[in-house]
Structures are given as C-alpha cells and as structure tokens.
Design a protein around this ligand. Sequence first.
Ligand SMILES: *Cc1c(COP(=O)(O)O)cnc(C)c1O
Length: 390
Amino acid sequence: MSLNRKNWKLSTQINHPEEVSLKEGNRPLIAPVVNSAKFVISEKHSLNEQFIYGRVGNPTLRQLELTLGEIQKKDECIVVSSGIGAITGTILGLLKSGDHMITFRELYKPSRVFIRDILPNYNISSTFLSLNNLSDLEKNIIQDKTRLIYFESPSNPNLQIADIPFLISIARKHNLIIVMDGTFGGLHQHTEFDLDIIIHSLTKFANGHGDVIAGSIAGKKDIVGKIKEMVMYLGAHLDPQATYLIQRGLKTYMLRYERQTETAQKMAEYLQKQPGVTKVYYPGLEIDLNYKTTKSHMKSFGSVISFEIDSKMFSTSEEFCQRLKLIQVAVSLGSTETIICPTLAFFGLDLSEVERKEMGINSHSFRLSIGIEDFDDLKNDLHQAFRVQY
Ligand SMILES: *Cc1c(COP(=O)(O)O)cnc(C)c1O
C-alpha cells in the first residue's frame, strides 16, 4: 500500500495492518495456516490462477490435497468437512434423478442410511448386495440406469474384505463408476487399484488424534472435478485450522499405523485364545476367512478388531464395557488411544434381525480400535475384565 499510513485514523490502521512480507527463499519450513476467507485479486494473473474465496479454494487446503493425492497415488484430491460429506458429495456429484447405484449392506451406518433412506427422495435408487456374495452383482445392473458401484473395504464393523479386482472388472465391463470407502485400511493402502474414486474419513488415521472431523475424495481428475463442483455448492469445505491439524497429524501417520497394526495383531491373537471370547474378526489372523484376500489387497492388516464375548459369562455388552478401566467406550478409530464400542447399539439398530445375524452384529459383539499405548497395559485391562468370571 502506497498510502501514508501515518495520516490514517486508528480504526483504519487497525483494519489494514502493515503487511509482513518474506524475502525470496526465506520461506517458513512449516507452511502457514491461511485463515483469510478472501484474497486480493491481482491484475497480473488470470482469475482462475488465483485464490479468490475460501469456500472455493485456499492454500492451506491445497497443501493437504496435494499431500493426500501423492500418498494415494491419485491425479487429484479434494478435502471436505467430514468423511460422510465426502460420501454424500461424491454420490450427489456423480448421480442424477432417475439413476441407480449398486452397493453393499456392509457399510458404515450413516452411508447405508443416506443411500437407502435419503437418496430415494431425489429419485436415485439403489440395490444392496452382500460383499460375501458377488455372484448376484451383474444380474442387478440395470441397463442405462445403473451408474455407480459403491463399497467399503475393510467394512465396518466386522472387517469384510471386498474382492476389489472383481468389482473393478465388472465396473469396466458395464461402464460404471467405481467408488470405494477405504477409511478402515488407511491412506497408504489400496493405492495400486484402478478405482475411479477412493474416499477416506480423515477423522480417523490421517488426523490420528481424535480432534478433527474431515474427509477426502481422491481419484481421476475429471471425476473429482465433477464432485468438487457439487461439494462447493453444498458448502462442504474444510476449515483451514482443521486442515492444518490434519497436515500436522499426518507427519506421524506411518509411525502410528505401524505401531497400531503391530499391537492389533498381538491383541487379535490374545483375544483368539481367551475363553470368554467366542469369535474374533481380524483379517491378520490366518484362520480369518478374509486372510488370503486381505494379504493380496493390503500392505498390512490395520488396527481394528471385532470380537464377540460369551453371553453365558456376560449378560450384556455394557457389563463387559463397564469392567474396562483403561480402554474407554467411544466411537471412531485410528486415533492414538484405544477405544471400544458395542456394535449393535452403534452400527446395527437400522438392520433387520436376519441382516444382523448374517453380518455378525449382536448384543455381545464389539469393535475395538487399537491406539499407540503399550500392548501389555491394554492386554491387562482386557484380561482383568475377562478374569472376573474365572
Ligand atoms: C467414520 C467413517 C465415515 C464417516 O466419517 P466422518 O469423518 O465421521 O464423517 C465413513 N466411512 C467409514 C468407514 C468410517 O469409519
């Protein structure tokens, strides 16, 4: 500004603070958080080369989008205000009234509810299949109507693994867009698959500290472009401060993930041997039905374990949870602290009795998300909860 600041009155000075500019090359090693909702438009550049308004684009968000695109080996990535915002924005961005999509009942509950109960209000229909029975898939594709396959792998809460190469082959054959929610596996997994779009709840492993809600959409440039337009109109952009916390959380992503996975493997093996445990779902156990597929799909087995306790020993899941001292009852996953939640109450109440039974969700089933604490302390906590009965 060339004006003489000294002549301004106080209220003007306060509202136009002096600019602090950095010498060329003297950049901050950690990128600053750009909170500004608006950017001064420069005549030196065309409008589409510049940041204009925070809802449309912001350097702090762009930094995270570039980082996430690179980790996932995708051409383009956008970040939005939640994982569920990423899912709803993707579907609304890609489908229109009259379209049909195929999905699977093994879904995160809010995704299932959105597709099953809300999309019909906009004349978008869906067919729900099971990840365990893909032989029905082609039969359910409706000519000139079905546009999209949407699935989760590993699935919430019982870690079903989808046959991803098969799903992709069917999508290509019928010219459908294929979208996967890869949240449970983390960002560095499934990067080699030719998925059109991969969605993550960044609330989980990416942020890793349980203090931000956010989501990402990565994939092919033209498809992400369509979704970007929709999420912009939905107003689902992420706040720069929240964005920064994720960028910062990501620095320890691999360290956390390796530790969580290592502890999860030991914990699954421990649970497998417990007399009070009747079933363990963890794809890293060789006896797990998904072990082989997971090994071919994923670099490691992740940090979520599901298990069932003996109903003769504990009358309710709450009774078991109340005995735990260190492990707290809470939802979410991928954070530094270990948490547990009963699966029926949180993920199964919208399902029929038959669906619950087939999916292994009941009054004695749990989802355990492993953090980065010491394995022995976690094991001892579970052990004392089980031991009361022996
Ligand atoms: C948590 C979760 C979501 C939703 O993410 P939010 O960030 O909570 O909106 C979607 N899919 C899966 C598999 C999840 O675990």
